[in-house]
Design a protein around this ligand. Structure first.
Ligand code: 4AD
Length: 473
């Protein structure tokens, strides 16, 4: 159309990521659309800084006062959306290598002075209250591009290892971890009297699914079935825990990545976990270099070096008994007791990784009482083939185990724990028909993002956090 009017070819619509990755001026016209981060107005010139979310860098747009559309800039303010046509040129100014010389500007959506992200440097707490707008900030947009990179790199990694992606169900009847921290799913109208059996207990046979249903705490049990057919698979999906934790490391809804492999013991699983984490660190530095420079610079100055050091070292592996020994011999005063049979608390995990080893560490062979029913029992009768992967700044990043593949031992353990074998008939059949030594772990995606970015609160690495007392947005 423009050509018919003698105006030359249509401008090329480009996102900033494309402009900055080519890092070249253009001899053709470009159309950019984004939001105003800042604006400096003058009589002869105005300078608009636009961001479109696609890259860490923003685009400085130089608008000549003689431009026919110059008046439209009056409506432009911080937060407004705009479209700008122009050429990309080398910037004589400091702080950017390229800028745009505008030929036409248009304000698409106004933003009035109540736009909350006016000033620089809002606190992360303030931004949590503006969770619908925080993707426009430097920090949160960087975190969420990192989240994307991590997710894609995860698919690439497991695909290359020959594992298949499994979409495990979100609604389930079983408590995989046995901790009883489940959200109930029901179609009952809770305003009405609920059906009860002759003993007065709620009668879930009359509810939607014909039995009690919950949001899943883990996709593991499904993954075990598919690993025992496909050889290896992994899940990546939301999981839910109703534990009453208000800590900076817990969410009620979080994303877990759970690989599961047949013919795999705990040592091989620990190798896989270590390879996976190292590959995620490499991919993050390769694909989100600017994001990590910015986040580490602002929130965790030593983290770049720490992560790079981690790439070159073998992750140390110790037993739970050895971990207890180190903790007992330390001069630290811990809030929670250090004793056989007590789970390691975040303070213990952080002592091991931040003060003692100053590096990630894998702890194996925990007492069976503090771990889930499905873990393989060691010959000592006291411990199970559990594995927790601990990292500095976060504590537990992955939890996994070799699974009990012996039908009789599994049945006996379930009985000990008072579990109903009839609810797990299909799970037990995996041991009856062609059982294999098999293993898997779960990595909390948000914990991994905290570790990589240096963000101190898990609520800042998930789009809309859910935690006790909060389900906003
Ligand atoms: O150690 P967990 O509970 O392990 C399981 O659920 C196993 N079924 C996994 C498996 O073997 N397939 O949880 C695994 C990981 C933890 O290491 C942690 O990173 C994360 O999930 N996680 C949480 N992240 C955020 N908020 C919470 N409330 C979390 N609980 C666990």
């Amino acid at each position: 159309m423009r050509e018919e009017q003698g105006l030359g070819p249509d401008p090329k619509r480009m996102r900033l990521a494309e402009i900055f990755s080519s890092n070249k001026s253009t001899d053709f016209e470009v159309l950019v659309k984004g939001w105003v981060r800042s604006i400096r107005r003058g009589k002869k010139w105005s300078f608009v800084v636009l961001s479109d979310g696609s890259s860490f860098g923003d685009l400085q747009v130089v608008v000549d006062g003689g431009l026919a559309t110059y008046d439209r800039l009056k409506e432009a303010s911080v937060g407004a959306s705009m479209s700008v046509r122009g050429k990309i040129v080398e910037s004589p100014g400091k702080g950017q290598s390229l800028e745009m010389q505008a030929l036409e500007v248009e304000v698409i959506g106004l933003a009035d002075e109540s736009y909350p992200l006016q000033k620089k440097g809002h606190s992360l707490e303030f931004l949590r209250e503006k969770a619908h707008l925080r993707p426009r900030t430097k920090t949160l947009s960087a975190v969420f591009r990192l989240r994307h990179t991590f997710s894609l790199a995860t698919h690439r990694f497991f695909h290359a290892k020959g594992l298949y992606l499994l979409h495990s169900p979100v609604i389930t009847g079983l408590d995989c971890e046995g901790a009883g921290e489940m959200f109930r799913v029901t179609a009952w109208d809770l305003e009405n009297p609920l059906p009860r059996d002759e003993k007065g207990a709620l009668d879930f046979s009359k509810d939607y699914f014909g039995s009690a249903a919950y949001l899943t705490v883990s996709g593991q049990l499904s993954a075990e079935c598919f690993a025992q057919g496909l050889g290896g698979c992994y899940t990546m999906g939301p999981t839910f825990r109703s534990e009453n934790s208000q800590t900076a490391r817990h969410l009620a809804e979080f994303w877990m990545i759970e690989p599961e492999l047949a013919f795999c013991d705990l040592e091989e699983l620990a190798d896989l976990a270590e390879d996976y984490l190292k590959e995620m660190i490499r991919s993050s530095f390769e694909e989100c270099e600017e994001e990590l420079n910015f986040l580490h610079g602002r929130y965790a100055p030593d983290l770049t070096d720490e992560l790079k050091k981690m790439l070159d070292a073998q992750v140390r592996r110790i037993s739970y008994a050895e971990a207890l020994d180190i903790l007992k011999k330390s001069k630290e005063s811990f809030e929670f007791p250090v004793a056989w049979g007590k789970d390691l608390q975040t303070e213990h995990e952080r002592f091991l990784t931040e003060k003692h080893f100053k590096a990630p560490v894998i702890v194996v062979d925990y007492p069976k009482e503090i771990k889930a029913f499905y873990m393989k029992q060691n010959d000592d009768g006291r411990t199970v083939r559990a594995m927790d992967f601990l990292v500095p700044g976060v504590g537990e990043l992955m939890g996994g185990s070799q699974r009990e593949d012996d039908l009789d031992k599994l049945r006996a353990r379930m009985e000990e724990l008072g579990m109903k074998a009839q609810d797990y008939g299909w799970y037990l059949e995996l041991r009856r028909f062609g059982t294999t030594p098999h293993s898997g772990f779960g990595l909390g995606l948000e914990r991994a993002l905290m570790y990589l970015s240096g963000m101190g609160n898990i609520r800042d690495v998930i789009p809309f956090p859910r935690f006790p007392g909060h389900v906003g947005f």
